[in-house]
Design a protein around this ligand. Structure first.
Ligand SMILES: [Zn+2]
Ligand SMILES: [Zn+2]
Length: 264
């Protein structure tokens, strides 16, 4: 099993417990069924990601052998090179996420992640396998261009999984802690706005690990009344659309709120 899968195995049960003890949105019902459905889709997407791992490793190995990538072109040392690749890849994740909201074809796949009406830690695993396929193929180009090493990529993915599980979670994090954490990393308060049913809010807060990109690139939004945020996308928030098999066919259904439009 990969390092990020081990991180998920440890962090998910902890967050599930905290979501029960200290929920931000109280009164959630059917948590087990909700979470099992997200995990079901997460396992399918995880298998697609695992099948593409050899291709990612090959792309990084070829780049290393040929001396390709920003790290070697800039002549950086081990520590500064690792920092550039780590932070640079997170910037790529931000840009890719933003493209997923802008480009209608990508949005059809990515909206599966946004149709969860009861966001919690398991929503971090709710991705259509088609989105995982495309993002991994794009990564086969980006990782060699950056000069990312396999070891550093494993570390990035392990950190990323812990951070995204936490920022999707329904845990009532004390506001001061959330604010301090949010100076560097994407906190739950920020990502809740991204899952709002209001399109203008959905199209904000694209950060994955670091919170700086949204501030630098003017896509940061905050809400002080996050307890009033409603999650989901129109009719796709309804009960039937929460089943894994329905979620798999959701990208092929006509969109009630095309990318860039505000749903009624
Ligand atoms: Zn999104
Ligand atoms: Zn999300």
């Amino acid at each position: 099993m990969t390092a990020d899968a081990w991180v998920a195995l440890v962090v998910l049960p902890l967050l599930f417990l905290l979501e029960g003890l200290l929920p931000f949105y109280a009164g959630r019902r059917d948590r087990l069924r909700h979470d099992a459905r997200n995990l079901g889709l997460g396992v399918i997407s995880g298998l697609v990601g695992a099948a593409l791992t050899p291709l990612l490793l090959l792309s990084m190995a070829v780049a290393a052998r040929q001396g390709w990538g920003l790290v070697s072109w800039l002549g950086l040392g081990a520590a500064s090179g690792a920092l550039l690749a780590f932070v640079g890849f997170d910037l790529w994740m931000y840009l890719w996420h933003r493209a997923n909201h802008r480009i209608p074809l990508l949005w059809r796949l990515h909206r599966v992640h946004h149709t969860d009406p009861a966001m919690d830690a398991t929503t971090a695993l709710r991705f259509h396998p088609g989105e995982i396929l495309l993002s991994n193929l794009a990564n086969c180009l980006v990782l060699p261009l950056l000069g990312m090493t396999a070891g550093l990529f494993v570390l990035y993915k392990a950190v990323m999984v812990a951070v995204i599980l936490f920022h999707h979670s329904n845990v009532a994090v004390p506001p001061r802690l959330d604010r301090a954490y949010g100076l560097l990393l994407v906190p739950p308060s920020m990502h809740r706005v991204h899952h709002s049913e209001r399109r203008a809010e959905t199209d904000s807060n694209y950060g994955t690990v670091f919170s700086i990109w949204d501030r630098l690139l003017r896509s940061f939004r905050r809400r002080d009344d996050a307890e009033l945020i409603r999650f989901g996308i129109g009719r796709f928030a309804e009960a039937d659309w929460q089943r894994p098999l329905w979620l798999l066919r959701l990208p092929f259904v006509s969109d009630p709120a095309p990318a860039g439009e505000v749903p009624s």
